[in-house]
Design a binder for this molecule. Structure first.
Ligand code: PLP
Length: 405
């Protein structure tokens, strides 16, 4: 199916904005995607018509709010092919989902146990593991990359020892765009009796994800990177594993019975959802999933891939421009540098031309160290980007390159 990009764009009022008098060209979709009207309308509708705390009220508003939240849970489960909605835990985002698993599953580990991460992880899939590693005396091993910035699968297989308990790897690199062979990575972890967490933050809005098909033990992502509200994230986990894990936080909602002598925890998913969740955001999140489903995730992926294939050779014609991340299997994320110039200067000049790109280390400093650079300029694409915007990016980058010498 070919997308009608113009009518899709009309659902995103922000795309009509001007920046420095130029039409906004938003290419910072890896950091966060923009939000279509139905999602914002759903937030307003919650506040104006259904706002009441969830799961605790007999009154009508509370029941409506609860139903809307639980409908989203069902929609998420269906979207990622999970068996049961109870295995979907709402968090504040990918970061909190990973912290939850590291802190909780980490308690089941013993001194000397090992964790495998990859060279291309976001800080949020590194630091939570370091925190638990220090507390429990665990060892972290890292999968290296080859020249094309793909994970070295032979090296990965050699990292396993009888002590390896967890593999935590990103589905798609937020810097390189590399799409990792997660099914193979998970299967290898399982062969060694380890569990696998996949950071799906950069995959979920760009390609079909089926947690059962890849056999993920944990899969995590953020709503705001998939056209949804901020402050909402998902942790999917396999029931048998989640059942074994201790709670992450204590408080209301996550208990069956509390006394000063003993507390009995609630079942899944509530055991991991202490306190009032962002029920407004979660309710509106269902509209983001509906938006993606209406366009079709395959069609979105194909559109973004076409933009990537169109713009990459054109950018490479610019003298001195180098792209970091050349995996044949990559998503529409382009990290680049122009000669010796600082990414910040490029980003600032592009902003003056109305083009929003991100600059810096992209929360992947270990990856920057491996690449021998301090940062890149990153252009990342989403459903609403156009070939015309690609041309504008190329023209503006060419102009910036000549200004920076
Ligand atoms: N993992 C990856 C691969 C990311 O790209 C990001 C954000 O850019 C995160 C995790 C963290 O997501 P959040 O800040 O929504 O928790």
């Amino acid at each position: 199916m070919v997308l009608d990009i113009q009518s899709i764009r009309e659902q995103f009022p922000i795309l009509d904005r001007k920046v420095f008098g130029k039409p906004l060209i938003y290419l910072d979709n890896t950091a966060t995607t923009q939000t279509p009207r139905p999602v914002v309308d759903a937030i307003t509708d919650m506040y104006f018509n259904h706002k009441a705390n969830v799961h605790r009220g007999v009154h009508t508003l509370s029941q409506e709010a609860t139903a809307l939240l639980e409908e989203t849970r069902e929609a998420v489960a269906q979207f990622i092919g999970a068996d049961r909605k109870e295995d979907i835990i709402f968090t504040r985002g990918t970061t909190e989902s990973i912290n939850l698993v590291a802190a909780s599953y980490g308690q089941l580990l013993e001194e000397g146990d090992e964790i495998i991460l990859s060279a291309m992880e976001h800080h949020s899939n590194i630091v939570p593991w370091q925190l638990i590693a220090v507390r429990k005396g665990l060892k972290i091993n890292v999968i290296p990359m080859n020249d094309r910035c793909e994970l070295d699968m032979d090296a990965y297989r050699k990292l396993f020892t009888p002590k390896t308990k967890i593999v935590a790897v990103t589905h798609v690199s937020n810097v390189l765009g590399t799409i990792n062979p997660v099914k193979e990575i998970i299967a290898e972890a399982h062969r060694h009796g380890a569990v696998a967490l996949i950071d799906g933050a950069q995959a979920i809005a760009h390609m079909p994800v089926n947690v059962r098909e890849i056999d993920a033990d944990f899969y995590v992502f953020s709503s705001h990177k998939m056209y949804g509200p901020t402050g909402v994230g998902v942790l999917y986990g396999k029931e048998a594993i989640l059942e074994k894990m201790p709670p992450y936080q204590g408080g209301g909602e996550m208990i069956k019975k509390v006394s000063f002598q003993k507390t009995v925890f609630a079942g899944l998913p509530f055991k991991f959802e202490a306190g009032t969740p962002d029920f407004v955001g979660i309710a509106a999140f269902a509209k983001a999933i509906a938006f993606i489903k209406e366009a079709g995730i395959e069609a979105i992926g194909a559109h973004e891939e076409a933009l990537l294939n169109y713009v990459t050779p054109k950018l490479l014609e610019i003298p001195g421009l180098k792209i970091y991340g050349n995996a044949p299997h990559k998503s529409a994320v382009i990290s680049f540098l122009i000669g010796e110039s600082h990414p910040y200067d490029t980003g600032m000049l592009l902003d003056k031309l109305g083009i929003a790109v991100r600059t810096g280390h992209h929360c992947a400093q270990p990856l920057m160290d491996i690449l021998g650079i301090t940062g890149t300029v990153r252009a990342s694409f989403a459903i609403y980007n156009t070939v015309g915007e690609c041309d504008a990016l190329v023209a503006a980058t060419r102009r910036v390159a000549s200004m920076l010498g």
